[in-house]
Ligand binder design. Structure first.
Ligand code: GDP
Ligand code: MN
Length: 435
């Protein structure tokens, strides 16, 4: 239990000063550190956070089925209300519009990790993104692949985009992509046989991809020069016009992460992720952020089986097929140490840890939750889930191809939506009032 762990912790030196110091140094260019040095936080406060993190959100024994239904209904209503409210954009001063001097000038790129055979589907995605956003803002693209892009692929992409668009194509160093040598192939195969019901578990390339997106993409030579990345996948849809520069919005409003969809994960794929993460936190309690999204991690109400199977993690995560990331957060000492630790635990291969729960845990534990932004105005589908806001009546912003508030076409998958949980427990009044 956590009491023993705390006893052991107390005998260890706290690294709270070092962590902040390193992070500040990495940001010597004058921008605010993306992980705060909480040098004012007393060591006892970290013990309290660690104890809270190991406590279920709700004492289920104290609730009967009716109470639980009521709580879930209340959460769901918050979600429906948020998306039924006609909105167009964040209500903040200083949004940057097309044509303004700062439009398109954030240090940002659109990132597509794809294979040659993804050509048609990625063209579909970027044409919709160009129509709804990037035609006005003209951010550059980076296409990455573990293999070589064919000239047919590159030509087709260049033909699909306006001539003035900056586009770079890169291959990924095998060092950043391949299964590391400390993974035993036979053990990998045996373990994946047991996970055969889990999507993509039997494909080594999928494990490589998850590890790459967790701990490596922001080090790729073509990405190093950028601060922000907007990840785009093949076959996704954008339904509404975005009339402001989202990267400049993030920068001006101190956001380090933007997402649209928020889900529960399959617990089989991350059975030990939370337990291993706790091992790391016990070593580095001072890395914890006191304003982290702790309830979201601890929810044991909506999918109790997930919480139980992972020994204490709701499995809530931002769906990373859409993500706008401040890569300075990923490049911070704390994030990097967490990644090195997780990699050493081998769960990217002996389980099927996704980059989504990995990234999400790092954000929920090490960042101020107010720096994580739900782009509820960005209407988006990655099959089978959708974020679709209502449009003001006099607006032609949306093309009508998504239905406001409809998360998924199948009722039995409604329970996979963790955004209601996020709204109820992690969003401040200020966050709610932003739209
Ligand atoms: P899912 O959305 O979780 O089902 O996974 P996807 O198949 O969409 O893969 C996630 C992202 O990684 C997409 O952008 C894919 O194009 C990309 N991806 C997945 N596997 C590979 C791979 O082996 N090589 C390359 N270059 N890209 C990959
Ligand atoms: Mn996908």
């Amino acid at each position: 239990g956590y009491k023993e762990a705390l006893g052991e912790m107390a005998s260890r030196p706290y690294k709270w000063y070092t962590a902040g110091g390193n992070t500040l140094e990495q940001n010597a260019n004058g921008t605010a550190p993306v992980t705060d040095s909480q040098s004012g936080t007393a060591p006892d406060a970290y013990k309290d956070i660690l104890a809270i993190l190991q406590t279920p959100l709700v004492d289920r024994k104290s609730l009967d089925e009716k109470d639980i239904d009521e709580l879930l209904r209340e959460r769901k209503q918050l979600y429906v209300d948020a998306l039924k409210k006609p909105i167009a954009e964040p209500k903040v001063a200083g949004l940057i519009r097309a044509g303004e001097k700062k439009a398109g000038n954030a240090n940002a790129a659109i990132l597509c990790l794809v294979r040659n055979e993804d050509l048609d589907d990625i063209i579909g995605s970027i044409l919709e993104l160009e129509e709804q956003f990037n035609g006005d803002f003209q951010y550059p693209y980076v296409f990455l692949n573990d293999g070589e892009f064919t000239s047919q692929f590159k030509d087709a992409i260049l033909r699909a985009l306006p001539q003035s668009r900056k586009v770079e194509f890169g291959t990924i160093d095998p060092e950043l992509w391949n299964m590391p040598s400390d993974i035993d192939e036979q053990e990998f195969n045996e373990r994946m046989e047991k996970l055969s019901g889990i999507q993509h578990a039997d494909q080594v390339s999928y494990h490589n991809m998850c590890r790459f997106y967790s701990k490596a993409f922001y080090h790729h030579p073509l990405m190093q020069k950028y601060k922000y990345a907007w990840r785009v996948e093949p076959g996704v849809h954008f339904y509404c016009k975005i009339n402001y520069d989202v990267f400049q919005f993030m920068q001006a409003n101190d956001k380090i992460y933007g997402y649209v969809l928020n889900l529960y994960d399959s617990p089989e794929s991350i059975e030990t992720l939370w337990v291993r993460t706790l091992d790391f936190l016990k070593e580095h309690p001072s890395y914890l952020h006191e304003k982290g999204a702790h309830e979201w991690i601890r929810d044991n109400v909506q999918k109790p089986r997930n919480y139980d199977m992972t020994k204490g993690y709701s499995t809530c995560h931002f769906w990373t097929n859409f993500e706008i990331t401040d890569m300075d957060f990923l490049r911070s000492t704390i994030y990097e140490e967490f990644m090195a630790f997780l990699d050493s635990q081998k769960g990217f291969y002996y389980e099927r840890w996704g980059d989504a729960p990995v990234r999400s845990l790092a954000l929920a534990l090490f960042a101020d939750k107010s720096r994580i932004h739900w782009f509820r105005d960005i209407a988006y589908t990655h099959f089978p889930y959708t974020n679709c806001p209502a449009c003001p009546e006099d607006s032609t912003r949306c093309n009508g191809d998504c239905k406001p508030g409809l998360f998924v076409p199948w009722d039995n998958l409604e329970v996979e939506n963790c955004q209601p949980t996020w709204i109820k427990y992690e969003m401040s009044q200020e966050d709610l009032d932003m739209y």
